[in-house]
Design a protein around this ligand. Structure first.
Ligand code: AMP
Ligand code: MG
Length: 420
């Protein structure tokens, strides 16, 4: 058996996740760049977006109707004097400064209210006759009006640093007049797949060879987490070639290895990392799939001068193990390197469609299908051939999470699931 790290350190799922979260919280990237707002989707904000004026900038009507003083409509029906019309974008000099007692003004959605108006009554409840309007329904204070500054005050933070920009955040940037935003540079995440049997996807595989699929699933997961994948050549199960490629991978912001972390005679990843004087935080987690997952940090001559060391994960090579262990452990580190604020792992609950039996001792993440039947969220396991079965996993849309103390979970129990 190859010489691995001096001590093996196999943690429970929760402990392993905690170790990763602790390290993620220590990562503070500082390389930023300015990007066009139209190219900012999915990027992580490095400089907060601040309101440049009150939001809304004027007290805004949210519907077409009549701006009134709520005191004037406290008893209804009541006839008010109609003094004009305010359209959206109305020039400020055309807006009546104040509503006098018993006056109303016709107003459109998005238009500014006169100062003393504090409610907007909808058209359906009024009848209009020349310059008089009969209001048939009481209006509450502030009804159909968003007061100036109610959404945000000038100078207030609208989107915090570390937020991944989605359409709402980008709309806020646009509404403050920003055509460019400052975001973190995407971290470079090296992917090194290992195994004598693994060949490139454009090669013609021999009868006992396997095409490399892990580099491709990882590239997708890395991009989703905000990183840029850097795919290295496939490493053979041979120490010196592996050594050289690991050193190359450690020049990136994070190195993800797949395969070669089990206890087999040719699983050399931990041995080579040990030779490179890597520090191991854990060498396994009590989970299935993905038990042999490894997390650590290593400096090489190339990285020693820069940051203290580069984090690495050794992810098990079975394709579903690779996917699951990325989500559970590597994702928080990629997100932190991308500048994102830490997030907790999110589980939701759904009703189990049929009984599940497992051997206790491991936290399991089993591919499953979540669907809705008669208003209930129902989840059922996908039949699979184990952690190499990508075809079954592709048919699934979530993982059922099974606690290590469970042996039998009865039908209809609400179980935690991790949505993909
Ligand atoms: P290992 O973790 O190296 O013991 O590999 C476990 C299983 O995953 C073996 O059946 C490998 O052939 C398979 N495997 C390893 N790497 C890859 C890869 N990059 N793409 C597809 N399958 C892989
Ligand atoms: Mg292997």
């Amino acid at each position: 058996m190859p010489a691995g790290p001096a001590v093996s350190n196999i943690l429970s799922f929760e402990d392993a996740r905690r170790v990763v979260e602790e390290h993620a919280s220590l990562i503070h990237p500082n390389a930023t760049e300015s990007v066009d707002l139209l190219a900012a989707s999915g990027r992580v904000l490095a400089t907060p977006i601040v309101a440049d004026r009150e939001l809304p900038p004027f007290s805004r009507s949210t519907r077409d109707g009549y701006a009134v003083r709520s005191a004037d409509v406290s008893t209804v029906p009541v006839v008010l004097q109609l003094i004009g019309e305010i359209r959206a974008g109305e020039r400020i000099e055309n807006i009546p400064g104040n509503l006098e007692k018993s006056q109303a003004v016709s107003i459109m959605t998005g238009a500014p209210l006169p100062n003393s108006a504090d409610a907007v009554v909808m058209v359906e409840y009024t009848s209009q006759d020349g310059n008089r309007v009969e209001i048939q329904r009481k209006a509450a204070d502030g009804e159909n009006v968003v007061p100036r500054g109610a959404e945000a005050h000038a100078g207030g933070e609208l989107v915090a640093r570390g937020v991944r920009l989605n359409e709402a955040a980008i709309a806020l940037a646009a509404s403050t007049g920003k055509s460019r935003v400052e975001v973190y540079k995407r971290p470079r995440i090296a992917v090194l797949t290992t195994g004598d049997e693994i060949v490139n996807i454009d090669a013609n595989p021999g009868p006992t060879q396997i095409r490399n699929s892990n580099s491709y699933s990882l590239a997708v997961q890395i991009q989703r987490a905000g990183g840029d994948p850097v795919i290295l050549p496939i490493a053979p199960d041979e120490a010196s070639a592996l050594h050289q490629l690991i050193e190359q991978g450690l020049k990136s912001d994070l190195l993800l290895l797949t395969g070669g972390v089990s206890m087999g005679r040719y699983d050399l990843v931990e041995q080579v990392l040990s030779e490179l004087t890597a520090e191991f935080f854990f060498t396994g987690a009590k989970i299935q799939p993905g038990r042999p997952v490894v997390f650590g940090r290593c400096s090489t001559s190339a990285t020693a001068s820069q940051n203290p060391a580069t984090y690495f994960f050794g992810l098990p090579g079975n394709p579903v193990s690779t996917m699951v262990t990325f989500e559970l452990f590597a994702r928080p580190i990629v997100e932190a390197l991308a500048g994102m604020l830490p997030r907790r792992l999110l589980f939701v609950y759904a009703k189990l469609k049929s009984e599940v039996r497992v051997k206790p001792g491991l936290t399991r993440f089993l591919p499953a299908i979540l669907s809705v039947e008669f208003g209930d969220s129902i989840v059922s396991l996908v039949p699979w051939q184990g952690s190499g079965d990508v075809a079954a996993t592709a048919r699934s849309n979530c993982y059922i999470v099974i606690a290590p103390n469970r042996e039998r979970i009865p039908v209809d129990e609400f179980v935690p699931i991790m949505v993909r």
